[in-house]
Design a protein around this ligand. Sequence first.
Ligand code: PLP
Ligand code: SF4
Length: 339
Amino acid sequence: MIRSDAATRPSASRPPDWQTVLARSVTEAAQLCRLLGLSGQLAEAAGEAARRFKLVVPRPFLARITPGDPADPLLRQILPTAEELLPAAGFSEDPLGEAAASPLPGLLTKYQGRSLIVATRLCGVHCRFCFRRHQTEQPGEGESRHLEDAIARAAADPRLAEVILSGGDPLMLDDPRLARIAGQIAAIPQVRRLRVHTRLPVLIPQRVTPSLVAALRSTRLTVVLVLHVNHAAEIDEPAAAAIARLADAGIPLLSQSVLLRGVNDNVDALVQLFERLVDNRVMPYYLHQLDRVAGAAHFEVPEAVGAQLIQAARTRLPGYAVPRYVRDMPGSPNKRPLI
Ligand SMILES: *Cc1c(COP(=O)(O)O)cnc(C)c1O
Ligand code: SF4
C-alpha cells in the first residue's frame, strides 16, 4: 500500500482511518521488541524465519500484548522464531491439497453448495501458523487478479447456495471494491448467502466503517461474518465496539479459532475465549485442529488433548458457547469433527 506522507501524518483532529493504521504496521522484529520491552535476542532469533514469511503486525493488536512477556499468547501468534525453520515430518507447503481442489486460481470448490473465493492474498497480520503462509503475495499485488474469472466459474455451478470470501483477508479490499464484488455475487441467481472470513474487525477495529456496514446490509444476500480470534485478550474495548457495530447492524457473527500450543491450549484460555465471544454476540463456530503446514509444527496440539479440552469446556459453558472441534482433510466432503 503506497500512501503519501500527508496521508500517514498523524492528525490531531481526526483519528486515523484503517488504511493509515494498516500502513503503520510494525514489520521489523527489532522494532517490535523495542516497543514491547523485549530482549533484542528475540529479534535476532526472528532473523531467517522473518525472511521466509515476513513479520506484519498492526498497532492495535500490538497494544493488546503484555510488554516484557516473551510468552504472551498474542505475541506468540505473530513473532517469527527459529522453531519455524525446523523440518517436521508430515508438515508440508500445501497441507490441505488445495491445489487439487482449485479449478481456477483463487477458487476452491471442495464442498457441495459452497465455493470459496480467495478475494486477495493480502492479510492485516501474518499469523505464524497460517496454512497459506507459503502462498502470500507481495504488498502491491493487491487483490487476486483472477477474481472475475473465479466468480464466473463459481456461477456455473447450479447447486451453489453460498459464496465464501476468504483470503488472505477479504476486508483488505476497500469498501467500494467489496461492494462491487458483493454485487457480482448477488447477480448469480442461485446464490443466497455471502460468507466473509476475516480477522480485520478484531485486528484493526477502525476497519468496521459505516460504508462497510452499509455494503454488507444493502445486498439481497444473507451475509454471515466469520471472525478469526484465538485468545480472549484479542477482544479489547475497541475490538468489542467494532464487533458491536456489526452485531447492531443485524449481521450474524460466527468465530473460528485455531488450537495453538502456547496460545490457547488450556481449558481456562478456551473458556475465556468462548465466553468473551458470546458476550460480544459472536457464536463460536469452529475450533480448528492446526493444519500441518511447514514451519508451524511447534504450534501443534495432539488431537487427543484437544478433545479433552473441548470436553472440559462443555462442563463449564452453555452448549451454544462450545464450537465444533474439526480438522480439514484433503479429499473429504466436509470438515471432520474430532469429538
Ligand atoms: C472450510 C471451508 C469451507 C466452508 O466449510 P463450512 O463447513 O461450511 O464452514 C468451504 N470451502 C473450503 C475450501 C473450506 O476450507
Ligand atoms: S489472518 Fe488468516 S489468512 Fe491471514 S495470516 Fe492469519 S491465518 Fe493466515
